[in-house]
Ligand binder design. Structure first.
Ligand code: IPM
Ligand code: MN
Length: 355
């Protein structure tokens, strides 16, 4: 198969971790006989420096012309403490999601047995946890009307949802639940928010169409608690954009390191595959960041963008082997045994080629 992949490394540790994922992609392509063609584009702070825009048209064109986008991270401390900045790196990511129609963000939380001792939670609570967070990605407060009034002293963000947006994300979630352990939890704040009541109403209308799936409803504050009390209870969790942003950072801790959590953003046009850890500016250029989340995002790319399940599995097996052998970066390693980002990338690529 011929694979057209756009590399958008972005800012911070993005370029380093994407480079390791590319090694894994190349290894898989040579082992399974696929031809891969890369293009490169700017997004985030680096794009602002070059072009004045966080997601320039040229980048959008490259994404549209590709079959998948491998994305690193955006963000730069320079903008974080400047609420008056007119263009921000994060806008690049939001514009990319919106213009590619990426309404579903899939964030699987899988635990690795060899790492459960790293979790801030008790091992017995965590070991075996395996659930999928489905976060709505192009609606809600992130994109609803926002602004200031009263000369700037009043501010608002609108949590707007249309029925069709709720229906399509719930449909995906029911279908994923069907392929998994047939348990869907719809997370909302329907005791307070009108938008949440629409979500719950639509979910209750759709649930009878999936009689094989057990559907339950949970308020987001309770969900934040249950995720750390009994993570193994969850199978598929679906929620709106802002709640999903917050809950998935929380969920990422369960496994022991945020550097392990991969994600896929899918929808209308080209899918984007990215780690959830962000730009981690303190580590940028130091060859210490954990590349596993990005490498696992490449595995999701094979599975979700190309339907190449064997190839995805080959990457996952190599990642699991590196963890089992303790060939990992400093966030996961014991004293004195940490490997560099690039070493872990090389090790995994070799492992893929040799298996
Ligand atoms: C994420 C990030 C983004 C978000 C930021 C960088 C805009 O936190 O992908 O979770 O809030 O969606
Ligand atoms: Mn986030």
């Amino acid at each position: 198969m011929k694979l057209k992949i756009a590399q958008l490394p972005g800012d911070g540790v993005g370029p380093e971790v994407v480079a390791q994922a590319v090694k894994a992609v190349n290894a898989v392509c040579s082992r399974f006989g696929h031809e891969v063609e890369y293009s490169f584009a700017l997004v985030g702070a680096c794009a602002i420096e070059e072009t004045g825009l966080a997601y320039p048209d040229s980048t959008h064109r490259i994404c549209m012309e590709s079959d998948a986008v491998l994305f690193g991270a955006v963000g730069d401390p320079k903008y974080d403490n400047d609420p008056t900045a007119r263009v921000r790196p994060e806008q690049g990511l939001l514009a990319m999601r919106k213009s590619l129609g990426l309404y579903a963000n899939l964030r699987p939380v899988e635990t690795f047995h060899a790492l459960v001792h790293q979790s801030p939670l008790k091992e017995e609570l965590v070991d075996g946890a395996d659930f999928l967070c489905v976060r709505e990605l192009t609606g809600g407060m992130y994109f609803g009307e926002k602004g200031r009034r009263d000369g700037g002293d009043t501010a608002f963000d609108t949590n707007l949802y249309h029925r069709f947006e709720v229906e399509r994300i719930l449909k995906l979630s029911f279908e994923y639940a069907r392929q998994r352990r047939k348990h869907l939890t719809v997370v909302d704040k329907a005791n307070v928010l009108e938008s949440s009541r629409l979500w719950r109403q639509v979910a209750q209308e759709m649930a009878p169409l999936y009689p094989d799936v057990t559907t339950d409803y949970m308020y987001v504050d309770n969900a934040a608690m249950q995720l750390i009390r009994c993570p193994k209870w969850f199978d598929v969790l679906v929620t709106e954009n802002t709640f999903g942003d917050i809950l998935t950072d929380e969920a990422s801790c369960i496994t022991g390191s945020m550097g392990l959590l991969a994600s896929a953003s899918i929808g209308v046009h080209t899918g984007v595959f990215e780690p959830i850890h962000g730009s981690y500016p303190q580590a940028a250029g130091r060859d210490i960041a954990n590349p596993l989340a990005t490498i696992l995002s490449a595995a999701m790319m094979f599975e979700y963008a190309f339907g190449l399940m064997e190839e995805g599995r080959a990457i996952r097996e190599a990642v699991a082997a590196s963890i089992d052998e303790g060939y990992v970066t400093e966030d996961l390693a014991g004293d004195g045994t940490a490997r560099r980002t690039s070493e872990v990338g090389d090790w995994i690529a070799n492992r893929i080629k040799e298996s």
